[in-house]
Design a protein. Structure first.
Length: 477
């Protein structure tokens, strides 16, 4: 990250206008992203570091008529930029590029109507949002009390982790007259508790906007209980086990599922959503229970940027679509695959509606109630897997993932957590898991241990999987 000085930079909207002026009326998109972050790290029952970071990134996308169509060129730089040089670099990149297969007419102001008063939408001339360490005051106060309790005589508990909060403000302007700005706050707390000899450990995490809904005391109590249970070590062999996944573990698996939902890749036969013999699996039942999987920029508690901001093109997102309004998109409805991701050009070729990526995801079983504890109470014998780690894709055509369990795999007998098991390597497809799930609880905001930084805004239920594949025992601790 390139730090930007706290003062002396031109206002973001002025940078956008200056770059568009430098483009001289040629097709152009300018994106200015301002981020302001506060962070606290702690270890050994004490705060170790804290600080603030500020960053500015300016991206210019230039469009040019070339033989065979329209090309796009991109140039970006951090901090205080020479807009004329940046525009010239983007123009040169466009003139030297092949025609873009995602080319579409740039949107105008009449095409990008965003609901007035939408969460985070601001006037284009307004200053960027700011974060500061004061946002973390409640967390720091809670940690201070937790550190004091952990340090008492006879208490075998060492706390470590970090809390971070940032506000990202994006300014989008185009040569066709679009002017949009949006402010997005994002926060996370990761808390790990270990015994002093390191033989027992547990993790908990929360995603949030302002930390008012995060209780350090509650997380500490949860981790203390898990450390106490972990005094009883029970060796468990690899194999398929009935498993309860809390919302945090479900989140890591479902984020991987959503990331695989590219329509063009599915049409090309490269993903789990490719239909045998050609085409996609849209319309097929992919879950026995009537799960809904959706993204919605107006989702309560998970609101995110309600228009496309694309600094580069991909198979699912296009620089030509900048400013395109985003709306609730049902990827899976009542267990049936309903949509895959497409930019406008790809959607036109496939004769479907454009469905660009949206920065949140909710998995829900309508009518489901209850918590992770409720699913545990209904388990005769099985495992409670509190977090997953080091998840990697093995085969995109089945979406087979491999990864490790970490910081607490617990043995459940007769509805009670009775001890801690060894760690495992697992091999599973999240689409298969969705189909094999036999029970789900209520959906709540959940921060994945592995992918929470990639997609912080997720709401997930706890799941019961009757035969989760723990492929081998892991020595990881």
């Amino acid at each position: 990250m390139t730090p930007a000085p706290a003062a002396g930079l031109p206002a973001p909207h002025e940078v956008v206008e200056a770059a568009l002026d430098a483009a001289g009326g040629r097709g152009c998109v300018v994106v200015v992203e301002e981020s302001n972050e506060a962070e606290v790290r702690f270890a050994n029952n004490s705060v170790t570091t804290n600080g603030l970071r500020r960053d500015r990134r300016v991206t210019v996308v230039s469009f040019a008529e070339v033989a065979g169509g329209v090309s796009a060129g991109v140039a970006r730089h951090g901090g205080d930029v020479d807009v004329e040089s940046l525009v010239a670099a983007a123009r040169a990149d466009a003139l030297g590029s092949e025609p873009a297969d995602d080319a579409a007419p740039l949107l105008g102001p009449g095409d990008v109507v965003v609901p007035a008063g939408g969460r985070g939408v601001q006037r284009f001339e307004d200053p960027p949002g700011r974060s500061d360490l004061g946002v973390l005051d409640g967390v720091l106060s809670g940690l201070g009390a937790a550190f004091e309790r952990a340090g008492r005589p006879g208490v075998d508990r060492v706390l470590a982790g970090f809390a971070e909060h940032g506000v990202s403000t994006v300014y989008l302007g185009t040569s066709t007259g679009v002017r949009l700005a949006h402010r997005q706050p994002t926060g996370a707390l990761h808390l790990v508790a270990r015994s002093r000899d390191g033989s027992r450990s547990a993790w908990a995490g929360r995603g949030t906007e302002r930390f008012a809904d995060v209780s350090v005391d509650e997380l500490e109590e949860q981790l203390a209980g898990r450390l106490e249970v972990a005094r009883n070590r029970i060796d468990v062999a690899a194999g398929r086990h009935q498993t309860v996944l809390p919302p945090e573990a479900t989140a890591d698996l479902m984020v991987a599922l959503v990331e695989a939902m590219g329509g063009q890749d599915a049409e090309d036969g490269r993903t789990v959503f490719s239909r045998r013999g050609g085409g996609t699996r849209v319309g097929e039942v992919v879950a026995r229970l009537p799960f809904d999987l959706r993204s919605d920029p107006a989702e309560a508690g998970l609101a995110c940027t309600p228009f496309v901001v694309a600094s580069a093109s991909s198979a699912e997102q296009s620089v030509f679509d900048n400013g395109l309004p985003l709306a609730r998109t049902n990827w899976v409805r009542a267990g049936r695959l309903e949509r895959l991701r497409y930019h406008r050009a790809g959607a036109a070729r496939s004769q479907v509606e454009p469905t660009p990526p949206i920065d949140n995801v909710t998995l829900e079983l309508p009518g489901a109630t209850g918590s992770t504890d409720d699913l545990v109470r209904g388990t005769e014998r099985g495992l409670l897997v509190t977090c997953l780690w080091y998840i990697r894709e093995v085969d995109p055509t089945t979406l087979l993932l491999t990864g490790l369990t970490r910081d607490g795999v617990y043995v459940v007998e007769d509805g009670r957590v009775v001890g801690v098991a060894n760690n495992f390597r697992f091999n599973e497809s999240p689409l298969d898991l969705l189909d094999r799930a036999t029970e789900a609880g209520a959906s709540v905001r959940a921060l994945g241990r592995e992918f929470g930084e990639w997609l912080n805004r997720a709401a997930m239920p706890p799941l019961r999987i009757p035969d989760f594949n723990m492929s081998s025992v892991s020595q990881a601790s």
